[in-house]
Write a protein that binds this ligand. Structure first.
Ligand code: 13P
Length: 251
């Protein structure tokens, strides 16, 4: 039985004071949550958010990292540095990084492996653009992205990752995938994991859905058999809407 994970990706929002205030409010509203809760603040507030979340069930993720251990990479942050500040998870290969920062399937795969090597849980993102969907290429694209990640890992490593399916056309648009669209791709990803690393790995691994998840659509999405949680942008920036997602069973 896979536990659901509700993860807030704060993107490039919030000063340190705002980030701490938000996590304090989230902590107050967690009692009775049916699944796990995670927040991914910007690098600058990781230390403060880890401190604020300490002793609570809120896990803290970074939004990116480099795959190298260290070196002359100005502006980059290493896996060990994230571990050092108490981060337990890291979001990798978000479509905004693929689109605006030229991240490739190969780079995302290397980052996923490097995160595991450092003891971090990678939340590795995949998803098709609108033109890819309209051209009937959704499964081809998702397969290419997922396979690149899976092929960089052993079955034991693959069992420790989280995958997030985020159709690019649903991110920040208010156009959520229909339950049928989400379930179809999630089931496909799980089959693919099973094909590459064996069915038990496919069955154990959590696959999150991301893209315009809101309090009024979360319950239906979480009821889908292969949707194991949500990766949320906009609705994770305010405590009241994020807590409604965390308590998806009561919406
Ligand atoms: P929205 O929830 O704002 O659509 O963003 C989704 C996302 O990109 C989460 O990583």
């Amino acid at each position: 039985m896979r536990r659901k994970l509700i993860a807030g990706n704060w993107k490039m929002y919030k000063t340190t004071a705002e980030a701490v205030a938000l996590v304090e409010e989230i902590k107050k509203g967690l009692a009775g949550a049916p699944g796990d809760t995670l927040v991914a603040p910007p690098f600058t507030s990781l230390v403060a958010v880890v401190a604020a979340a300490k002793g609570s069930p809120v896990a803290v993720a970074a939004q990116n990292m480099h795959f190298e251990k260290e070196g002359a990479f100005t502006g980059e942050v290493s896996p060990a540095m994230l571990k050092d500040v108490g981060t337990t998870h890291v979001v990798l290969g978000h479509s905004e990084r693929r689109q605006h920062f030229a991240e490739t399937d190969e780079g995302v795969a290397r980052k996923t492996k490097a995160a595991l090597d450092a003891g971090l849980v990678p939340i590795s993102c995949v998803g098709e653009t609108l033109s890819e969907r309209e051209a009937g290429k959704t499964m081809d694209v998702v397969k290419r992205q997922v396979d690149a990640i899976l092929n960089a890992l052993t079955p034991e490593e693959a069992a420790r990752i989280v995958i997030a399916y985020e159709p690019v056309w649903a991110i920040g648009t208010g156009k959520v995938a229909t339950p049928e669209q989400a379930q179809e791709v999630h089931a496909f990803v799980r089959l693919r994991i099973g094909a590459v690393h064996g069915r038990p790995v496919g069955e154990a691994l959590r696959i999150l859905y991301g893209g315009s998840v809101k309090p009024d659509n979360v319950k239906g999405l979480m009821a889908l058999p292969d949707v194991d949680g949500a990766l949320v942008g906009g609705a994770s920036l305010k405590a009241d809407s994020f807590l409604k997602l965390v308590h998806y069973d009561k919406q």
